[in-house]
Design a protein around this ligand. Structure first.
Ligand code: ATP
Length: 517
């Protein structure tokens, strides 16, 4: 575990050192859980967004995009339930003065029981080899049974307090923390305060106070911008059910426990798609979108074993089914995307609060109804982090040296091709520039002439650039260059005229999209 934490620290400093992610307002020592994307980070982030946007809007004829404002009419958040229910249950440790989410502490405790079971299974698997039968082992191993019992009891109690009548049972939550003897990871004590509710929305004021300013919120999710535009888009786009509306944009949450770098931020970006469907078809569509979204993730080639679904026990007030797609980060399997069957809750609420009729006239059924919704909601920043974590490698080379390389999927890499003149004379820089001038219209290229070639390769490896080209004496004679591959480090001689066709297909988002169909 300590080793994994070390890796994570290295990734965080790599992100800063190579212009991917900086703390916000760095010269003032940063701002808690707010980050800026640097020259390479913004390119990677834009590519992630393009991959998502195009997979939604280009590949689905019945999905269109919008870009709604961050500020919304304050009643939006009354209707959506965020003013009354977008709360986290908080608990403080009196000794360390650290604040935690009570629900997270308990979920971590459940994960510990699950881990113990998993470890027993792995041990037994090694011991019994091919003869191992997991089901029998689970049903008979004393240690597994004991931990399973603890897990089940806790799970049952947790569900009861989270779904208590009239909202979360705060005293019940605290009692679980005491009974499970959960300690503060910093102080190691069980000196806990009571659990309190804390609303996560940021407030600000619109208009000057003299005019009678009104309180408005920074949106905590982009989804509501889609719901309030449902009628506009459906009518002007003459959309027929089922259809979807996609959106990418900033969201803001005053997160209490804001740790783990860009995993949990106070200002972050979401890519959300709301899919409007006939009531009664939601569980089929839910299953379908689970499959489509998992395929989108696995298409990046990080290995299916690094993903899993985590079905929700505690359903949000609007949902009748929900799951998370979790990715194996250095600090465990963590949510990257949520898929929710939101029923007709949001549209009905907005109809109620606005007094407008928000329905769909179904020509086939010859009736009007409020559509149901399946939502897919993914955080750009968490996606970014998962890609960074999976791509980062400190590779031991045969000569004993270590090279730090980012094995980014080529289609997402910030720079696709680096062009180096071997030396700064004999017309090599001019030739290198010529190559760039030709290729820059097709993909992102970078020119580098400082330091010896080996060092330049390393710098490009560190930002995940998939291809490097070197212009040398021979280039001036026969218009060929050496093309070096980031992952294999192999070099081959190719004609300049072939560069585009060799590289373009591999580095384009289209190459990823084609694999989705
Ligand atoms: P969590 O349980 O981790 O707080 P959530 O279930 O509240 O997340 P959703 O409301 O379902 O998250 O938001 C959808 C997606 O938005 C998440 O899967 C995640 O990728 C992203 N997201 C949510 N909160 C944050 C945050 N504070 N920082 C970065 N990304 C976030």
């Amino acid at each position: 575990m300590a080793q994994q934490e070390d890796v994570f620290k290295k990734i965080v400093s790599h992100c800063k050192e190579y212009g991917f992610v900086f703390p916000s307002s760095d010269i003032y020592d940063g701002l808690g859980a707010v980050y800026d994307y640097g020259q390479n980070g913004v390119e990677l982030k834009n590519n992630i967004k393009q991959y998502w946007w195009q997979s939604m809007v280009l590949l689905h004829e019945n999905i269109v995009g919008i870009d709604a404002a961050i500020f919304m009419h304050p009643t939006t958040w009354k209707a959506s339930g965020h003013v009354d229910a977008f709360n986290d249950p908080l608990i403080d440790n009196r000794d360390s003065k650290k604040r935690y989410r009570a629900d997270v502490l308990i979920e971590e405790q459940m994960a510990k029981y699950e881990d113990k079971i998993q470890k027993e299974i792995e041990k037994a698997q090694k011991r019994f080899g091919d003869n191992f039968d997991e089901a029998t082992f689970r049903a008979t191993s004393e240690r597994v049974l004991e931990n399973q019992q603890k897990y089940d009891n806790l799970h049952h109690r947790y569900q009861e307090v989270m779904n208590a009548e009239g909202g979360i049972d705060l005293e019940g939550l605290k009692q679980i923390i005491l009974d499970e003897e959960i300690v503060c990871p910093i102080s190691g004590t069980r000196n806990w305060t009571d659990v309190r509710q804390f609303n996560l929305m940021f407030k600000t004021e619109m208009g000057s106070t003299a005019d009678g300013a009104s309180t408005i919120y920074l949106r905590p999710e982009t989804a509501q911008g889609i719901f309030v535009n449902y009628l506009n888009v459906q009518k002007t786009g003459r959309m027929k059910l089922p259809f979807g509306i996609a959106q990418i944009g900033k969201a803001f949450r005053n997160e209490i426990v804001a740790r783990q770098f860009i995993f949990r931020m106070r200002e972050f970006e979401q890519m959300e798609m709301q899919f409007f469907i006939q009531p009664g078809t939601e569980l089929d569509w839910f299953a379908k979108w689970k499959e489509i979204r998992m395929k989108w993730h696995q298409n990046l080639g990080f290995g299916a074993e690094n993903y899993r679904f985590h079905d929700h026990d505690k359903l949000a007030h609007y949902a009748n089914a929900a799951t998370d797609i979790e990715f194996h980060m250095p600090f465990g399997f963590k949510e990257v995307e949520g898929i929710h069957s939101r029923t007709n809750f949001d549209l009905s609420q907005h109809a109620k609060y606005s007094g407008k009729k928000i329905e769909y006239f179904d020509p086939e059924r010859n009736e009007s109804y409020t559509p149901y919704v399946i939502e897919t909601s993914i955080g750009v920043d968490r996606m970014f982090l998962s890609i960074m974590c999976h791509s980062y490698e400190e590779q031991q080379l045969p000569d004993g040296q270590i090279r730090t390389v980012l094995h980014l999927p080529a289609a997402l890499a910030p720079v696709k091709l680096a062009v180096f003149p071997l030396t700064k004379k004999d017309g090599m820089p001019e030739k290198a520039q010529e190559i760039i001038n030709e290729l820059r219209f097709h993909f992102n290229c970078k020119y580098e002439e400082k330091d010896q070639i080996g060092k330049r390769y390393r710098r490009m490896d560190a930002i995940g650039c998939p291809y490097c080209v070197t212009v040398d004496q021979q280039t001036l004679e026969d218009n060929t260059v050496t093309l070096r591959d980031r992952d294999t480090m192999e070099q081959r001689r190719v004609a300049i005229s072939e560069l585009r066709s060799i590289i373009e297909d591999k580095v384009s988002i289209t190459s990823l999209l084609k694999k989705l169909l």
